[in-house]
Write a protein of this length. Structure first.
Length: 87
């Protein structure tokens, strides 16, 4: 899932994993194609209610990654919301 952000915009996310756990990480990609992907959160497994935020250092794209490859035979239900606002 991606969210375009302008410099200094604040993104907030929250999600709830209904049962079990799911892999999650967030990263930021600058509009400059030569710029590396910047990790916002380290990849880890999450369960229950989760939230986080990020303030964009420059124009770019916030990428939220949900991963179920460690348990692909068990489906997961995730409720989520993402908002962006000027900081």
């Amino acid at each position: 899932m991606t969210l375009p952000l302008k410099a200094s915009e604040r993104a907030e996310w929250q999600f709830n994993v209904q049962a079990h756990d799911v892999g999650f990480s967030a990263s930021f990609a600058s509009e400059d194609p030569e710029s590396p992907l910047f990790p916002v959160t380290a990849p880890d497994r999450r369960e229950g209610k989760n939230h986080g935020h990020f303030i964009a250092p420059r124009d770019g794209m916030l990428c939220l990654h949900f991963d179920n490859k460690f348990s692909w035979t068990r489906s997961k239900q995730i409720d989520y919301s993402i908002t962006a606002a000027s900081a």
